[in-house]
Design a protein around this ligand. Sequence first.
Ligand code: MG
Length: 157
Amino acid sequence: MRIGSGFDVHALGPGDFVMLGGIRVAHSRGVVAHSDGDVVLHALCDALLGAAGLGDIGQHFGDTDPRWRGADSSVFVTQVLALLRDRRLAVANVDVTVLAQAPKIATHRDAMRRRIAQLLEVAAERVNIKATTTEGLGFLGRAEGIAAQAVVLLTEP
Ligand code: MG
């Protein structure tokens, strides 16, 4: 078995939605990012790559590469999954924490879970989504940004 962790932050800026776990969540702000700025999927990719010993998301999908401008981050997950498959690594489970003062994710949690499971081609019960605020503290508490953390366990043959 191999464990990996990932963490990602994006600044909030003008806009009316954020992408979280592949789900479009209406919000009073948007995310400043080269891709779609989905912190959940970016943290997930880093956790998967970390567990596989394959570096980080920036090495695979550079944030100055025009190919990834405005990219749907689910493409990153799909490509990372293919790298894992090449190495015969399988996803045992994923645990994600969203760190944000807003938006509330409670009503989107199940959709995020299903979408991530679909992208990873695993059953939904292998994916867990948690959320926390920072009690108003720091850049997350001031809603200057949004962050996510992911931990994954991979099994190997
Ligand atoms: Mg990112």
